[in-house]
Design a protein around this ligand. Structure first.
Ligand SMILES: NC(=O)c1ccc[n+]([C@@H]2O[C@H](COP(=O)([O-])OP(=O)(O)OC[C@H]3O[C@@H](n4cnc5c(N)ncnc54)[C@H](O)[C@@H]3O)[C@@H](O)[C@H]2O)c1
Ligand SMILES: [Zn+2]
Ligand SMILES: [Zn+2]
Length: 404
């Protein structure tokens, strides 16, 4: 049986490469595994040899010590792999298939899955609803920043690439299908982006840049991206977005300079609860993005809130925020009849269409988010560099599938 190297959380600011067990078709006890999930049989799963597995801002919330993630949790929810073993209950996925794995683990059998709400599956997380690989409070499914990983409910969850050679050629784009591309797209769809829309996207991290790409695909007439990080704003400009530097103040005035009006049709929050306040040197202020997008969205508009918000944040500045309670001007949202969509992106709704857009050269998502492949062993440097604000989407290459 092969060994299995993986990336684990080792306490605030630290990740390390560790040796973990090669997966079997059973969920064993380990860091972060829900007691009710220990011993759970997974005959519907497959074992994947990892082709690409990306570092995400969602991982960073845990690595910064801003969640209740336990030390030694194996990270990684953005997984593309080659099937090396299939469980006894897998009918259609075969050994040798190259597949994209939605970061949401879902059963395909519950009421929510039947309505394609795969981010809130009722059967995979004994503590509640919704699950993901390698994530705190999500049932304890082992993360995929590893050489091998178990992927449950394979026939239901996995997206098989039609042609292996073609897929390996476009792997840097296709690896974005496990999370950020569908997530950015979902942010825009739920914000109502359509032909001619004016769109504001808060955050120029990889998810914000994926949302900006998606707004362009959906036909927006203006895509304006706001951040405090000049390198990331330059990345947004590199593919035709307009940008706003939030160290100069809130977005309204700068949107007015671009559009002639301080409001937009659609807004996306691609920041989440670690949001900084607006203006030079502003401190963290977790409700900043939510309040500002309510202000700058036209009455009747919709907000796509894909940035992550938590119910427990040990590092929050005040007691309320430690429990996830933020100071929202909901009255503004009410007065303007704004619609809100929050939560995990249901990846399965979008991944096939976005795969086809990639395979037929309609979009170059990896260029837009500046995807860069690094060996698994370099994950600690990748995490540190990403945390320092580098405008890079790091893609780990644990088994050498990604050519230099
Ligand atoms: N809903 C989902 O399914 C889903 C999926 C993936 C990621 N996420 C979440 O999306 C968010 C973004 O992910 P990422 O990988 O791009 O993270 P990231 O940390 O790389 O990017 C966040 C960016 O927001 C910027 N920022 C901070 N305060 C801001 C403000 N007030 N206005 C505008 N920009 C501000 C930061 O400078 C940073 O560039 C995270 O919260 C992540 O957890 C959600
Ligand atoms: Zn992610
Ligand atoms: Zn389900």
């Amino acid at each position: 049986m092969p060994g299995n190297k993986a990336v684990a959380y080792k306490g605030p600011g630290k990740v390390a490469i560790v040796d973990i067990d090669y997966p079997t078709f059973e969920l064993k006890d380990g860091p972060g595994v829900d007691p009710a999930n220990i011993g759970r049989k997974v005959p519907h799963g497959v074992i994947l040899k990892t082709v690409a597995t990306n570092i995400c801002g969602s991982d960073q919330h845990m690595v910064r010590g801003r969640t209740t993630a336990p030390v030694d949790l194996v990270l990684g929810h953005e997984i593309t792999g080659e099937v090396v073993e299939v469980g006894s209950d897998v009918e259609f996925i075969k050994v040798g298939d190259l597949v994209s794995v939605p970061f949401n683990i879902s059963c395909g059998r519950c009421r929510n899955c039947k309505e394609r709400k795969t981010g809130i599956c009722l059967n995979v997380n004994p503590a509640g609803y919704g699950s993901a690989f390698g994530y705190v409070d999500m049932g304890g499914w082992v993360g995929g920043q590893a050489e091998y990983v178990l992927a449950p409910y394979a026939d239901w969850n996995l997206l098989k690439f039609p042609d292996k050679d073609q897929a390996l050629e476009k792997i840097m784009d296709l690896t974005m299908l496990s999370d950020i591309f569908p997530t950015g797209f979902h942010g825009c769809v739920s914000a109502g982006v359509t032909v001619g829309s004016t769109v504001y996207i808060a955050g120029a991290g990889p998810v914000g840049l994926a949302a900006a790409t998606s707004a362009q695909l959906l036909g927006a007439s203006a895509v304006i991206v706001g951040d405090m990080n000049e390198k990331r704003l330059a990345q947004a400009r590199s593919f035709g977005c307009e940008t706003i530097d939030l160290t100069k103040g809130g977005p309204g005035e700068q949107i007015e300079q671009i559009l002639g009006s301080p409001t937009v049709d659609c807004a996306v929050d691609a920041v989440g609860f670690e949001a900084k306040g607006h203006g030079a040197g502003a401190a963290e202020a977790p409700a900043t993005v939510l309040n500002s997008i309510m202000d700058i969205t036209n009455a009747g508009g919709s907000l796509g809130i894909i940035g992550l918000y938590v119910t427990g944040d040990p590092g929050a500045a005040d007691e309320a925020a430690k429990k996830g309670s933020l100071s929202l001007s909901l009255g503004t949202g009410w007065a303007k009849s704004l619609a809100f969509t929050t939560g995990q992106c249901p990846v399965m709704k979008y991944h096939r269409g976005l795969m086809n857009a990639i395979l037929r050269d309609k979009v170059h998502i990896s260029d837009n988010v500046n995807g860069q492949a690094i060996p698994l062993e370099e994950a600690p440097n990748g995490y540190a560099d990403f945390d320092s604000g580098a405008s890079v989407k790091y893609v780990l290459n644990p088994n050498g599938y990604i050519a230099a």
